[in-house]
Ligand binder design. Structure first.
Ligand SMILES: [Zn+2]
Length: 185
């Protein structure tokens, strides 16, 4: 009789421990989400896919701090659109480079040459009057050698970590999670 009671007590203690362990895990998760929410709230906001060929009312709607510019999207070299360059410059935002042509996974599927990268940088420079200091790959995916090339050209490489720790909007609301969600979280 006594033995049975002891067994029962042990069983219930085990159950309690399991429940406490779950609560702790849940609490840690919740804390991490709250920290991430706070980090994203106070970090500078960004917008990707800024280029003359993509409409971008989001620049006015969300007023992001950092603009990621595509130098030549679908044969629209930015340097040939002086009006657009002036408009973007007049916004007084931080401007950075986002791919060269921004084809699908451009920096993952093609091994890029120094000439191609030079071309992208020079398009940026002709448009805004300075060379970019940071770079983000289309779809955030990059072939190892391409990443090395970017770094050798004194471009700070922006990774997925940057994308997670900042609110990053997209022109034309083209990418999941969509801008409204980004705005909330
Ligand atoms: Zn993009």
């Amino acid at each position: 009789m006594k033995r049975k009671r002891v067994k029962k007590r042990i069983k219930s203690k085990k159950r309690k421990n399991k429940r406490n362990f779950l609560y702790i895990i849940l609490l840690i998760l919740l804390t991490l989400i709250l920290i991430l929410f706070w980090v994203r709230l106070v970090s500078p906001t960004e917008i990707d896919d800024v280029t003359p060929g993509i409409s971008c009312p989001e620049i006015e709607i969300y007023n992001p701090d950092i603009l990621y510019v595509i130098p030549n999207f679908e044969n629209n070299p930015i340097s040939e659109n002086a009006e657009w360059c002036d408009y973007i410059s007049s916004l007084n935002k931080t401007l950075r480079m986002h791919g060269i042509k921004h084809t699908y996974k451009e920096f993952l599927y093609n091994e890029l040459s120094q000439e191609e990268l030079d071309y992208g940088i020079s398009e940026f420079e002709k448009c805004f009057g300075f060379v970019p200091n940071s770079f983000k790959s289309p779809q955030l995916e990059t072939f190892y050698e391409n990443k090395q090339l970017i770094k050798e050209n004194n471009l700070k490489f922006m990774s997925i970590f940057n994308q997670i720790t900042h609110k990053v909007y997209h022109c034309d609301d083209s990418t999941f999670p969509y801008n409204k969600v980004i705005n909330l979280f």
